[in-house]
Design a protein around this ligand. Structure first.
Ligand code: MGD
Ligand code: MGD
Ligand code: MO
Length: 640
């Protein structure tokens, strides 16, 4: 039997999949060839996912901690304990309860998790994001609303500029388009301070100083404006703030800007010429750009460069960053309107927020997240969570966060669920059709929260999946896409155009595109530490989703070979990596292709295995978009 489903993991590709089921077991997971997005292709993590589902260490039964040890419990006992504690703290003050929803799975039915808590009262929830907030915030300022070009539209580009993204690892959907462009003799440029696995896949590569891309974007704009070949019609008739933007661009000369981003002026001029000679140009931004204090300046400077280059509202153009994965749904289902005044803690600053919380958090429930491994300054996060008297974690494995739980509830994977998922990397709505029965006693978040709803007598909340899916998808169904169509394979969101802003009208106050009119220097912290810490996405696993068996225990720190040698390190030597927040041990990887001012450590390793890079990172908000400035962290390497 083949079941149409889709990968719900935290990744922009949201690939449509076929689960091959034999005797109630998934024996293969492959790409759905009928899906217009991935067209049958998948990444290396897809076949591995089947092993994850059946992994020996996956927790299949509820666990309760007794005298520091987890013991198996029935759902009845576990939910009684959760309910009793919820009631106890609710009676005191709902704000003393924290609900934390991570990014592990963002499906339609998961809107109901927060709804449950909202029906109980104004419990504390989080605000801000550890993923894409800064880009959304910045692009909302420029366009009025962030809308990206359909991924397929990039194939019409004369030149693709991939900026702060690592498609070889994170963007399976872009790879065939990059190949197609190159086959047509077109260039694909990559701008990334790190020498990544994507470099061999492109025809141009610039490696600016980390966090300095606003200088590069402004320098490129200056060269184009000086050439007189800018898109004058768009700049003069469809933009706000052109005069002020010109002032920003011309406030520094090319040499100064080149110095700021540590590139050669001639390389910047050459890329500017490429842009002029190969219109339309599609700029495709990644999440690496989001992780700086002043990310908004960078992203707005690139948006403005797109305007100068004639890319906005043009087929094959655009400055594309991502999509709203909750776009197809009725957001009122969250039920947040009931409590406009409630407390929200910043997710990016969770350790500090918990420490300062008054009234304090007495009970926390965490689903689909691993904050101990994935939030910045994780030593502080861990210590703060340890102090929360009662914690419930729903997940798949006993990872760093689950380890701290008083009650662990085993969650299903998407192969065991019926649901719908949209994407932050494209606008195709995908079906989650149940392929197998839940393993052991695992329950979907939906079933878990419905069971809790029953205990609290929330009669309007306890409804069937079918009813809830129709309610959540109501806006999409109203536009003519039925749930049946989605279940049969999926559908594009009807209200998202392939090429946004074709009419050059923007949902801003003035109806025009807002150009960047103010410049702010990149922020600098801990300059006494020598290296920028680039904690980038690893190819082999997703976020912290490793299993205890396949966890890669050999943490590497990649450093420029000459720099490493000058510090007296040899290849594979174990060294200390130290930041103002913590330290780690990692094996040196001497890489001649890396910039001398940075080191690279993959993110997502587990704390209890000594591989959590976030013990080193600074907890810092981005100035716009309430994102997390992870890469605004610096480290030193020391001999052990
Ligand atoms: N295999 C795998 N796939 C994943 C993930 C994973 O963990 N593993 N994670 C998923 C998630 S949650 C997300 S959000 C996406 C992220 O997808 P990507 O954005 O592609 O990945 P990142 O590694 O976060 O960042 C991309 C690149 O940005 C670069 N970068 C950092 N700072 C700067 C800068 O100042 N300027 C420039 N020009 N570049 C910079 C980094 O060096 C990095 O190579 O990937 C998803 N896909
Ligand atoms: N240093 C550094 N840290 C980073 C980043 C970085 O660039 N550098 N990037 C950040 C980014 S982009 C992101 S998105 C975050 C991710 O941060 P998180 O969302 O906290 O991390 P994940 O590792 O994805 O954790 C997801 C967990 O949810 C579980 N899970 C999956 N599906 C379900 C489900 O349906 N129900 C339940 N209950 N559990 C489920 C998984 O098994 C896993 O344990 O990390 C951030 N952390
Ligand atoms: Mo992310």
């Amino acid at each position: 039997m083949l079941v149409k489903t889709a990968c719900t993991r935290d990744c922009p590709n949201t690939c449509s999949l076929l689960a091959k089921v034999k005797n109630g077991r998934v024996v293969a997971l492959t790409g759905d060839p009928e899906a217009p997005t991935n067209q049958g292709r998948v990444c290396v993590k897809c076949p591995k996912f089947v092993h994850r589902v059946y992994d020996q260490d996956r927790v299949l039964y509820p666990l309760i901690k007794e005298k520091g040890q987890f013991v198996r419990a029935s759902w009845e006992t576990a939910l009684d304990l959760v309910t009793d504690n919820l009631r106890r703290v609710l009676a005191k003050d709902p704000a003393r309860i924290l609900y934390y929803q991570g990014f592990g799975s963002r499906t339609a039915l998961k809107l109901l998790n927060r709804r449950f808590f909202n029906l109980l009262g104004p419990v504390t929830i989080t605000k801000g994001t550890v993923c894409g907030g800064a880009g959304q915030g910045a692009q909302d300022l420029d366009y009025g609303a962030r809308v990206s070009h359909d991924v397929r539209d990039h194939d019409h580009s004369g030149l693709m500029v991939i900026w702060g993204r690592n498609p070889a690892v994170t963007s399976r959907l872009l790879l065939p388009i990059m190949t197609s462009l190159k086959a047509k003799g077109r260039d694909v440029a990559l701008i990334d301070p790190v020498y990544t696995a994507s470099v061999p896949l492109v025809t141009w590569n610039l490696a600016p100083k980390p966090g300095s891309d606003s200088s590069l974007a402004l320098a490129l704009a200056r060269v184009i404006l000086e050439s007189g070949q800018e898109d004058r019609d768009f700049l003069e008739n469809h933009c706000e703030g052109y005069a002020a933007y010109r002032e920003v661009v011309f406030s520094r000369d090319l040499e100064t800007r080149a110095q700021e981003c540590d590139l050669r002026p001639l390389d910047i001029v050459a890329l500017a010429q490429k842009i002029l000679d190969n219109k339309p140009v599609s700029f495709v931004l990644g999440w690496g750009l989001h992780r700086w204090r002043n990310s908004h300046i960078t992203i707005r400077a690139i948006d403005a460069l797109g305007a100068v280059a004639g890319s906005i509202g043009v087929k094959g153009g655009g400055v594309s960053q991502g999509f709203e994965e909750y776009q197809p749904y009725d957001w009122s289902v969250w039920g947040d309107a009931r409590w406009p005044e409630r407390r929200r803690l910043y997710m990016p600053l969770l350790g500090e927020e918990l420490d300062k919380a008054d009234p304090p958090i007495e009970m926390a429930m965490i689903t689909a997240g691993n904050p101990v491994a994935m939030l910045p300054d994780s030593n502080r996060v861990k210590a703060a969570l340890e102090r929360v008297p009662f914690k419930v974690v729903a997940g798949h494995f006993l990872d760093d966060t689950a380890e701290l739980a008083d009650v662990f509830l085993p969650a299903t994977t998407f192969l065991e669920e019926d649901d719908v998922v949209a994407s932050y990397g494209h606008s195709y709505i995908c079906p989650i059709n149940q392929a197998i029965k839940p393993l052991g006693e695992c329950r979907s978040d939906f079933d878990l929260f419905m069971a809790l709803g029953l205990r609290f007598g929330l009669t309007d909340y306890v409804k069937s999946k079918e009813e809830w899916l129709r309610a959540i998808l109501a806006p999409t169904i109203k536009m003519g896409v039925s749930l049946e169509t989605i279940r049969a394979g999926g559908a594009y969101q009807p209200d998202i155009p392939k090429v946004p802003f074709l009419d050059k009208k923007f949902p801003t106050k003035s109806g025009k595109f807002n150009l960047l009119t103010e410049y702010e220097e990149p922020a600098v912290f801990d300059s006494e530490y020598r290296f920028a810490l680039m904690s980038v996405t690893p190819k082999g696993w997703l976020c912290s989703e490793q299993t205890p068996t396949d966890h890669v225990d050999r943490l590497t720190v990649s450093v420029n070979a000459d720099v490493g040698l000058s510090l007296g390190f040899s290849q594979d030597e174990l060294v200390f990596v130290k930041s103002p927040f913590g330290q780690l041990k990692a094996y040196v990887n001497l890489n001649p292709k890396l910039r001398p001012d940075l080191v690279v450590i993959p993110r997502g390793g587990w704390d209890k295995r000594g591989c959590n890079v976030n013990v080193l990172t600074r907890a810092l908000l981005t100035k716009v978009g309430e994102g997390t400035a992870y890469y605004q962290s610096r480290v030193n390497l020391e001999k052990i």
